[in-house]
Write a protein that binds this ligand. Structure first.
Ligand SMILES: [Zn+2]
Length: 261
């Protein structure tokens, strides 16, 4: 097998494993449960999941999508999160090759997937009032972004300014909205997420990502509010921010050519 093909398959499998870990983080971080203990169990009957059923994708196929012990259907979101993470890791590797940037952007997309997916799943879950973005991804991620900027583009100064620009880009509108409407419009999680993105990418892309997330948010969010027939439904905006940031990584030159005349 040619080396690039072998490495691509290897990276895809690493992505699946990280996707499997992401499923644990998505389920446990917003509920404040330890991520190490207890080991994975069926949410319905509590039976421990056998290690070979924990293998990404294959475990789900072996079980034919049902718990071995109680027959409860296993949500399709688990293998989909694994597959999505595997595919995005592979795309990062194909774009950046054998470089530090593959490592940096793999960490970055992992954090974006965690933040965005947790936001969507908690928003859809009656257990929570609105979408939640745990600080582990955003504040922890901001530290990781600054760390990477010591050894990669855009450099430490741009990274720190990026974190500040990211924070202010959503904090200012949130503050104005609160003054004018006397109610919360945007969650603190979104603001911290934008700060983390600025720490990774620097301040230049902040402008595109805020704009891009508003466009994606309107295209998806407005029909959603109409369908829900609830004017106070809080759209999980973090997922649109994360999506815009992922698009930016892959299409940066073309996006900048469009945005800057
Ligand atoms: Zn079960």
């Amino acid at each position: 097998m040619p080396l690039p093909v072998f490495l691509s398959i290897y990276v895809f499998i690493i992505g699946l494993v990280f996707g499997s870990f992401l499923n644990v983080l998505i389920a446990r971080l917003p509920r404040g449960i330890s991520i190490a203990f207890p080991p994975s169990n069926c949410p319905k009957c509590g039976h421990r999941i056998r290690f070979y059923h924990n293998i990404p994708l294959i475990g789900f196929l072996l079980l034919k999508g049902r718990c071995r012990d109680c027959g409860e259907k296993i949500s399709l979101k688990y293998p989909l999160v694994e597959l999505l993470t595997g595919v995005i890791f592979l795309l990062v590797f194909l774009k950046f090759g054998m470089s530090l940037y593959t490592l940096k952007y793999s960490v970055f997309v992992f954090l974006l997937l965690g933040a965005g997916l947790t936001d969507v799943f908690t928003a859809a879950d009656a257990e929570f009032e609105c979408g939640i973005i745990p600080d582990t991804y955003t504040l922890g991620g901001a530290v990781a972004g600054v760390f990477f900027s010591f050894i990669t583009y855009p450099g430490i100064q741009t990274s720190l300014l990026g974190a500040l620009a990211g924070f202010l880009s959503l904090w200012i509108p949130a503050w104005l909205y609160k003054k004018l409407r006397r109610q919360e419009g945007m969650g603190g999680g979104d603001i911290k997420l934008m700060m983390m993105i600025g720490a990774f990418l620097g301040y230049v892309p902040v402008y595109f990502i805020v704009f891009g997330s508003a466009v994606i948010g309107s295209l998806v969010g407005i029909p959603l509010v109409i369908l829900k027939k609830d004017k106070n439904y809080m759209i999980p905006f973090g997922v649109f921010i994360a999506a815009a940031a992922v698009l930016y990584i892959f299409f940066e030159p073309r996006i900048m050519a469009l945005m800057l005349p």
